[in-house]
Design a binder for this molecule. Structure first.
Ligand code: URA
Length: 236
């Protein structure tokens, strides 16, 4: 298929389209052996040979979409400098190279999507798309209504306001909260909770949009159905 170079790079999982444009302008991309710095360039995805930083990149033909119940104590990065277990260890039967969509902390469990569909990855993780992510958090102290309201209206974390969020107490005795956020900033739920005086003790993601973790056990994965993939593509 004939497409713009930046679209090719995004679909090949190199980076978002915008970041790919920067990579092109930096002169890091070669097409058929020639450095290309112009954003208008088109490539034939099945024919042209594209290198980024002297490594060949390709669009994966066979698109795979997986949902994993991420266990605690594993990283979402592909490689870890401390040699810790990675989410990829749980999907090692899948032969295609797939990548996590966004991040969950080492000490967060729950719903994680993995795919080799770069377009979908960038759609679901780009802040402008406001995809709803639902978490269950156990905290060390029940926040007062006034604090919950502050949480809902957005809070200052790392010097920047969060967008509006949802929070409700689902178990008063055990200090369990249901939280919905629409961004994916670093340790966002933990930082937002800390900001209202409640430290997160346990955190699990149970939904992305309407896609639910369901009864997948910790460490188990399954492929998404066609209608689930279609639904995810409709988000964003
Ligand atoms: N917010 C967090 O604080 N951690 C996660 O892993 C996900 C969202």
């Amino acid at each position: 298929m004939l497409m713009r170079l930046q679209k090719f790079l995004a679909e090949a999982n190199v980076a978002s389209r915008r970041k790919s444009e920067e990579i092109i302008l930096e002169g890091r991309v070669k097409v058929n052996g020639e450095v290309i710095k112009s954003l208008g360039t088109k490539v034939e995805s099945e024919k042209d040979v594209v290198f980024v930083d002297n490594k060949e990149v390709k669009i994966e033909e066979n698109l795979i979409y997986v949902i994993l119940n991420k266990p605690l104590n594993c990283v979402t990065t592909v490689k870890d400098q401390f040699g810790r277990k990675s989410v990829l260890d749980y999907v090692s039967e899948i032969k295609e190279r797939i990548y996590p969509v966004g991040r969950l902390d080492y000490d967060t469990s729950g719903l994680l999507i993995l795919t080799n569909d770069g377009e979908l990855t960038f759609k679901l993780t780009h802040p402008k798309h406001y995809v709803e992510k639902t978490y269950i958090a156990r905290v060390d102290k029940l926040p007062k209504e006034k604090e919950l309201e502050r949480f809902r209206n957005g809070l200052l974390i790392d010097g920047k306001m969060t967008s509006k969020a949802k929070i409700r107490v689902i178990d008063k005795k055990s200090f369990i909260l249901e939280i919905k956020i629409y961004e994916g900033r670093n340790r966002q739920v933990r930082k937002m909770c800390a900001e209202i005086g409640a430290n997160v003790k346990e955190l699990k993601r149970i939904k992305i949009g309407n896609l639910e973790l369901g009864n997948l056990k910790s460490g188990q994965y399954r492929k998404l159905s066609e209608s689930e993939v279609k639904y995810l593509k409709s988000l964003g």
